[in-house]
Design a protein around this ligand. Structure first.
Ligand code: ADP
Length: 496
């Protein structure tokens, strides 16, 4: 298990990449060095052969009849040694390719064919070749032309190249046998370096491990280096902050839901217990059951709405996108809500352009309008008004829907929570209006799902304005139609 972790770990992979890179570099460097060394020794031997060639021209004489004579002072030891050295590996041929004289060692290399001889003789530059003998030694041979009076001769001088090759091979052997040791040392060093480089990551991981759902207020402290890791820590801290907020919201939501469900359940239970103990007639029992049923209906309404909202926010509610003319839709909703408005003696009217088309889900947009206008009616006192206005802002490519009322307004401290699930502003009045605190959560989801925006302005006891903005699809503003309290139709949605 731990072995698997080591091999999969970043430290191992970093060290391994370092070692592979280093090994490749060392090998390439070794071959380059070997090549350079071989060039140097080749150059040296070539230089020696050039010197011998120059000496040869002084000592070697060939008569027109092809007779060869080495002219030197036999008493001069140095000269004798030079000539002896020259005659160790050599061959002389005429321009027809016929060998005139050759040394024993040269014969071991094999004679040059007449074709090679004539080719060398046709070239002005000398040629250098490597030739092996039968004992596996390699000789470097210089072949060139020697002019004697009018005649031209082919002369080849050779030198044993094997000792020089040995130097190159020995260097290669020493170098390449040192490579594994260097690589092993580099591997150890790479392991240590990778460990040091990754230590801050391990420290951060240790800090992150301390985090759990119950202490999301903890943050990983940045190291102050301003490097990539600090950037990662900042990003991580940002993510934890968002998580903490979501956790808090979920906690708050669970508390609110339990609270919201507990009250009607306790009431139902109380009603039924009292009825069981005290009801004497069937009529009394029936009354108690009916009242309990009403509360149970409210409970299932809340549960249904919560499930619907959870589905919508979880992306499980598919929107049926189409062109929606807000003008006709607002007219319909306003007509439908005239009855509740009349009941509460609230004047409801709409100020509409000729056309305002957005791309959206008609049913959801209708639900949004219904919720906002219904709230306006619900939270406005007798004699008040609710106004819906659509404005087409062609310059910004937006459509604005404003729902204004002169009702009881909302205190500033409640505004930030208005769109939270189950959030209701505590009523200062008798509290007759019924609601689940979910209508604005639906509105907020619908606006978001249509890439829109929603804003609310409110002043206590003066009124509230909700402004919804949608991207425009196509609009034509020609005239403004005004709808008053004339049509009377039943409402379509409740707030759930
Ligand atoms: P509810 O079902 O309680 O109306 P909403 O989510 O629709 O739930 O609204 C949340 C709260 O916001 C309401 O309880 C109400 O106090 C407040 N509110 C919404 N619209 C208005 C408005 N037009 N005027 C005053 N208060 C409002």
């Amino acid at each position: 298990m731990w072995r698997k972790r080591i091999f999969k770990g970043l430290r191992f992979r970093l060290a391994l990449s370092y070692v592979i890179f280093f090994a490749l570099l060392l090998t390439a460097f070794g071959f380059v060095l070997r090549g350079m060394l071989r060039n140097v020794v080749e150059g040296t031997v070539q230089g020696l052969l050039e010197e011998e060639w120059a000496a040869c021209k002084g000592f070697l004489h060939i008569t027109p009849a092809g007779k060869i004579a080495w002219k030197y002072d036999p008493n001069d030891k140095e000269e004798a040694a030079i000539v002896e050295r020259l005659r160790l590996v050599y061959m002389i041929a005429n321009d027809k390719g016929e060998v005139l004289e050759s040394s024993e060692l040269y014969r071991e290399l094999g004679f040059d064919s007449p074709a090679i001889i004539t080719q060398v003789m046709s070239d002005t530059k000398p040629s250098y070749t490597f030739q092996p003998n039968l004992r596996g030694q390699i000789f470097m041979v210089r072949q060139g032309i020697l002019r004697e009076k009018d005649a031209r001769y082919f002369v080849a001088l050779g030198r044993n190249f094997t000792p020089s090759l040995h130097v190159v091979n020995e260097f290669s052997l020493d170098y390449f046998s040192a490579v594994p040791i260097i690589i092993l040392t580099a591997a150890g060093l790479g392991w240590l370096l990778a460990g040091r480089a990754l230590q801050p990551v391990a420290d951060v991981a240790a800090e992150v491990e301390k985090l759990s759902g119950s202490n999301l207020n903890l943050r990983v402290s940045p190291r102050g280096a301003g490097d990539e890791l600090d950037h990662m820590i900042e990003t991580f801290n940002g993510m934890v902050s968002r998580l903490e907020k979501s956790f808090q919201e979920i906690r708050q939501f669970s508390t609110d839901v339990s609270h919201e469900l507990r009250t009607p359940i306790t009431v139902v239970r109380g009603q039924l217990e009292v009825a069981l103990m005290t009801a004497k007639t069937d009529e009394e029992l029936r009354c108690a059951i009916e009242s309990a049923l009403l509360d149970i209906e409210r409970l299932s309404q809340i549960i249904r709405a919560l499930l619907q909202l959870a589905k919508a926010e979880g992306g499980q509610t598919a929107l049926q996108m189409m062109d929606v003319d807000l003008v006709s839709l607002v007219s319909e909703v306003v007509s439908d809500l005239q009855i509740p408005a009349l009941d509460r003696q609230v004047k409801l009217r709409a100020l509409l352009p000729r056309q305002a088309i957005i791309s959206g889900d008609r049913i959801q947009i209708e639900r949004l309008l219904y919720n906002l206008i219904d709230n306006g009616i619900k939270y406005t006192r007798e004699g008040g008004f609710v106004e819906v206005e659509i404005e087409v802002l062609e310059s910004t490519g937006k459509i604005l829907i404003e729902i204004r009322d002169n009702g009881r307004g909302i205190a500033p401290e409640h505004l930030p929570h208005l769109f939270d699930r189950l959030y209701r502003v505590p009523s200062r009045e008798s509290g007759t209006e019924k609601g689940l605190g979910l209508g604005l959560s639906f509105v907020s989801w619908i606006v978001k799902a249509h890439n829109g925006e929603i804003q609310v302005r409110s002043e206590l006891d003066k009124g509230t304005v909700f402004t919804v903005t949608f991207p425009i699809k196509a609009a034509e503003v020609k005239s403004v139609a005004e709808y008053g309290n004339q049509r009377e139709t039943a409402g379509r949605y409740s707030n759930s």
